[in-house]
Write a protein that binds this ligand. Structure first.
Ligand code: SF4
Length: 531
């Protein structure tokens, strides 16, 4: 049976409304759709489209939904609506939410949860649904319900790099997005994270025995902790879920970027937990479990960027390429110079989390400190990149001194060219060392308030530099308002206009006329292209 498959991107939809930036399209659901195409007629839906036009989806044989833990509400809304409207097909869910398979299978009308990375399980699960030739027990990492009991066929598995390279993620973005040029399409270049340090914490669940394995000079030794503390930063599930870094080949990345461009994409983000981990695993031979050593594989990075910037639409500036995240400890003059050569004018995200050396190293398991971030930001901004820094408050075990150090770090960042600081509230996620630890926000409310004030002030001062600036942006009209999404990324701009403007999908020049902590306002100067 040739399946009619509907892939639905529910990432970052929370309870049904987008809470993060509207213009981000993650890489995972497109990878899933790319695999699904081999097994059936595949249609890609944004969550908003799927929920608005549920009746169109009722003829699907299979729903395949990608979501994060925080998207449980949105998933519930979609599935309840679809089932109540008569959807009788199979429902498969995957993505970071998959580690909560017991909760999903016990509470929602889901048939299968793909736990962790989906490439290998999917290539067996979809044939099972179409031909019945494979038994569920033969497929790894699938959770399902049998006779009222939640079962899982095996633990999650990591997809080998050869398999990652063999998949062409679904790229016909003009079929699913009315104006694909507006969106930032994430193209995965590295899967997994190199930080195998761990929070050396002592809680009722985990008691570190200080064996030093997680920072052993032998990189393979870092893979396991004798008492089972998950690897990486305590708040982050990436190393546990996705394993150590595996870099896709230049050929496969380039092919995907070219396909996206052919279908109207104009903003591409090279994504991964750390762009500077690209091909760094090749320098250590085996498994890369050190976030800061050896230095970045600058030859491989330059080769990749050189190939991508050889694509005519990238070379002539019609398409902008940016990178997502980097680790500060890998930035040196050479790295900054190569990134500046290709990525000048674009943003780059760096996690600092707190300004306390002790806290980052011992409690978070993140051996990256304020001085690394200050140095990296200075080097990168001197090469024309625009550093965005992440901080977190409410982390378990935070002390007053940690907040004091973090406020001091904000002061130090002032002189390092950082364009924006994003302060997140800690959320305890499944599959992390801090899974069972609640946010700690009551004890130091005054310190948190002060940190928020300092960060808001920082961002306002940085944003003030935008007043009067002329910024190229993609325009989007919704409910009578026009939004400008800066071509090179930056704050969304509310564009003033009178009457109907009819500029959705156009690229225009906007002059910034007003700014606030959460917005920028501007007026349209000219339109350079409409698609
Ligand atoms: S967290 Fe690191 S030092 Fe502590 S027990 Fe685990 S491997 Fe050993």
């Amino acid at each position: 049976m040739f399946l009619n498959i509907c892939v639905i991107d529910a990432l970052a939809r929370a309870t049904g409304t987008r809470y993060s930036t509207f213009d981000v399209v993650g890489a995972g659901p497109r990878v899933v759709a790319g695999i699904a195409e081999k097994y059936g007629q595949t249609t890609f839906y944004t969550y908003e489209d799927a929920i608005k036009r549920v009746s169109r989806l009722l003829s699907c044989d299979v729903f395949m939904i990608s979501a994060m833990s925080s998207d449980y509400g949105a998933v519930k809304k979609l599935l309840t609506t679809a089932r109540s409207r008569g959807f009788r097909g199979k429902i498969i869910i995957g993505g970071p939410i998959s580690f909560e398979y017991s909760k999903l299978l016990s509470n929602l009308p889901i048939d299968y949860v793909i736990v962790g990375e989906g490439e290998i399980p999917l290539t067996k699960l979809l044939p099972m649904l179409s031909t019945n030739s494979i038994k569920i027990s033969e497929i790894p990492a699938i959770a399902y319900v049998e006779e009222g009991v939640v079962k899982v066929t095996s633990g999650h598995i990591y997809t080998p790099v050869e398999v990652l390279n063999s998949i062409l993620p679904w790229s016909r973005v003009d079929e699913a997005f009315k104006h694909p040029q507006i969106y930032r399409f994430y193209v995965e270049v590295v899967r997994g994270c190199s930080n195998y340090h761990r929070p050396r914490i002592k809680t009722s669940k985990f008691t570190c025995i200080d064996c030093s394995k997680c920072y052993s000079p032998t990189l393979e030794e870092r893979l396991t902790c004798p008492i089972g503390i998950p690897p990486g930063c305590g708040f982050c599930s990436v190393p546990y879920m996705f394993g150590p870094p595996r870099s896709r080949s230049i050929e496969s990345i380039k092919m995907e970027v070219e396909e996206l461009i052919a279908h109207g994409a104009r903003r591409i983000v090279l994504s991964g937990p750390d762009f500077l981990d690209y091909m760094r695993e090749k320098l250590v031979g085996k498994v890369l479990t050190d976030p800061c050593y050896p230095p970045a594989n600058i030859d491989a990075i330059e080769q990749l960027l050189n190939e991508l910037f050889g694509i005519s639409e990238v070379k002539n500036g019609r398409v902008v390429i940016m990178v997502e995240n980097i680790k500060a400890c890998l930035v040196n003059e050479e790295v900054a110079s190569v990134l500046g050569k290709y990525l000048r004018g674009t943003t780059i995200h760096i996690g600092l989390e707190t300004g306390s050396k002790w806290f980052n190293e011992v409690v978070l398991g993140k051996p990256i400190f304020t001085e690394d971030v200050v140095k990296a930001s200075k080097l990168l901004s001197s090469q024309g990149l625009r550093p965005y820094i992440y901080l977190i408050y409410g982390l378990p075990f935070t002390t007053r001194e940690v907040y004091r150090d973090t406020i001091e770090a904000v002061e130090l960042l002032k002189l390092s060219g950082v364009e924006k600081i994003t302060l997140y509230k800690f959320i305890n996620l499944p599959a992390t060392a801090f899974e069972d630890l609640k946010p700690s926000v009551d004890e130091f409310r005054d310190a948190i308030r002060e940190l928020k004030r300092v960060v808001d002030k920082y961002n306002m001062v940085a944003k003030r530099k935008l007043l009067g600036a002329r910024i190229e942006a993609w325009l989007y009209e919704s409910k009578g308002r026009i939004y400008g999404y800066p071509v090179n990324h930056g704050p969304v701009i509310f564009v003033e206009h009178k009457g109907k403007a009819m500029v959705s999908g156009c690229r225009g020049l906007i002059e910034v006329t007003d700014i606030g902590t959460r917005f920028a306002r501007g007026r349209l100067i000219s339109i350079s292209e409409c698609q």
